[in-house]
Write a protein that binds this ligand. Structure first.
Ligand SMILES: [Fe+2]
Length: 315
């Protein structure tokens, strides 16, 4: 299959086929997209068995949930401009037995997505390993495209980041350095007031691990980024005018807006670790705001977008 035709490999050369700056730098009015996370094929069985590091030898439930998500998203009108999956695409870590089968079945489920809705992939800890190596990153990129890149949609600049390089880059320090240099260039580009380059209407970030779950100064834990790393990113994101950071990883809805930056933590398409439902988030982008709402898969399929969100899109 040619690279350009492969819907799973559109993120290449640090940009995204069809959603380039040239094609999409102009603001053309409000639009919406879908943000989802953690289909994580295999976790539901592993969680029930209490073996979350291994296990995961069955994943029919997550395949079904992913298909439901695709079906619900396909019937939305107007259509979303893209759907982003914020990591933990599958549960099986790189090089473990069920990896190939899970990736194959996830792709089969996602293939039903309407061709007008590009699929944007973000790497999670299960996709890369908790301590990624050059080899696990390469394996990921072969299946799902670049692990970090930028793209444009209707005048909005989006940055997809590999948060595993913020979490533990001890086995691939050179990859962390490369992402850092690239990110710095992207952020300074975002805030530059050069007259020759289009200024983005908004800047949005997508990564797997949340900067924080509730508050920027909360303690470190498994589900957030370390305080020193977090503060550094928060400062740089704010300086560049980043409006929102979208993440998954927590398998619960959480987050909060502090100092003008909205940290959005979305629950999972797959296994729930709290009281939320299997679902996806609808994100409406207007000239002034980024408004988002989590929908259960059932709710989205039965009712579509709420009227107030539809109204924002017509403005
Ligand atoms: Fe996860």
């Amino acid at each position: 299959m040619a690279e350009s035709e492969n819907i799973f490999l559109k993120a290449k050369h640090r940009t995204f086929s069809g959603l380039t700056e040239d094609a999409e730098h102009k603001w053309t009015g409000p639009f919406f997209f879908i943000q989802a996370a953690d289909p994580q094929l295999g976790l539901m069985k592993a969680w029930r068995d209490g073996d979350c590091d291994g296990g995961g030898e069955e994943w029919a439930e997550e395949v079904e949930l992913t298909k439901q998500a695709v079906e619900a998203v396909n019937q939305l009108r107007p259509r979303p401009r893209f759907m982003v999956l914020c990591g933990d695409l599958v549960h099986a870590m790189p090089g473990t037995p069920f990896r190939e089968g899970q990736e194959k079945d996830l792709k089969a489920a996602l293939k039903g997505t309407d061709p007008s809705i590009p699929l944007v992939f973000v790497s999670g800890n299960h996709d890369l390993g908790n301590t990624p190596t050059p080899s696990t990153v390469e394996q990921y990129c072969r299946e799902w495209g670049d692990d970090y890149f930028s793209f444009w949609v209707g005048g909005v600049l989006c940055l997809v980041l590999n948060s595993q390089l913020f979490f533990d880059a001890s086995a691939c320090p050179e990859l962390r350095e490369a992402q850092e240099a690239w990110l710095e260039a992207q952020l300074s580009r975002a805030s530059s007031s050069s007259s020759t380059e289009p200024k983005p209407k908004h800047v949005l970030i997508f990564q797997h691990i949340p900067l924080y779950l509730k508050s920027p100064d909360e303690e470190d834990d498994y589900f957030n980024l370390r305080r020193t790393v977090r503060q550094n990113l928060l400062d740089r994101f704010k300086k560049a005018g980043v409006k929102a950071v979208f993440s998954g990883h927590y398998h619960r809805n959480a987050g909060g807006c502090h100092g003008g930056l909205d940290m959005v933590v979305s629950s999972a398409i797959g296994c729930q670790l709290g009281e939320d439902t299997h679902g996806v988030r609808v994100v409406v982008v207007t000239a002034d705001n980024v408004i988002h709402r989590y929908y259960s898969l059932e709710q989205l399929r039965a009712r579509g977008l709420d009227e107030d969100l539809k109204k924002l899109l017509q403005a």
